[in-house]
Design a protein around this ligand. Structure first.
Ligand code: IMP
Ligand code: MG
Length: 180
């Protein structure tokens, strides 16, 4: 793996496809154990989580359903910052054990705004499963993903679904932005 260029920036290899594969399988197995006897409903947050979700789901051996949602790019502000709304969630969430699949939890702003929207739909439980977690960047302490595949430092990354200005999502490894 070599340094790559995405648009105007250079990125260096940081997490290999093998490491991602192992971490995804491990987190899926944890979900399999924790939800034994249940039928979780996975809600995938597009676009970033598409690749993670597809690999994760291959390791889930529970009866389950999967829905895909987007977030509005902007929907006003509140005292706690920008609140983005769920778009395209037609499924009934009443009494469901929901697992949100995210690409990355950074400051926690997105999930802080989203969790109450799930709770308002009458779920039985809701947990976050994220590919990447930037714990040191967290601004909302109430946002704590139960399932984290890989912990990363507070640096900008691309690949495996994550983008820089919409590019780089197709990369099968994860790359870190070079500071230059
Ligand atoms: P938060 O609301 O600050 O937790 O940020 C969550 C969203 O910001 C993620 O779903 C990503 O879309 C985006 N994001 C945060 N960090 C990165 C990164 O390093 N690379 C690409 N996207 C990121
Ligand atoms: Mg995202």
């Amino acid at each position: 793996m070599d340094t790559i260029k995405v648009l105007d920036k250079t990125f260096r290899p940081s997490i290999s496809a093998e490491k991602i594969e192992q971490a995804v399988a491990a987190v899926a197995n944890k979900i399999n154990r924790d939800y034994a006897g249940k039928e979780p409903m996975f809600v995938v947050i597009l676009n970033g989580a598409f690749m993670f979700a597809s690999d994760l789901m291959k390791h889930i051996d529970l009866p389950c359903t999967i829905s895909f949602v987007k977030l509005s790019s902007y929907s006003g502000t509140s005292t706690t910052g920008q609140v983005r709304e769920l778009i395209g969630l037609n499924a009934d969430l009443t009494n469901k054990d929901v697992i949100i699949i995210e690409d990355i939890v950074d400051t926690g702003t997105t999930m802080h705004g989203l969790l109450p929207q799930f709770k308002a739909k009458g779920v039985n439980s809701v947990e976050i499963c994220t590919l990447l977690n930037k714990q040191t960047a967290r601004e909302f302490e109430d946002v704590q993903p139960k399932y984290i595949a890989i912990e990363i430092p507070n640096e900008f990354i691309v690949g495996y679904g994550l983008d820089y200005d919409q590019y780089g999502r197709n990369l099968k490894e994860i790359y870190t932005l070079n500071k230059d």
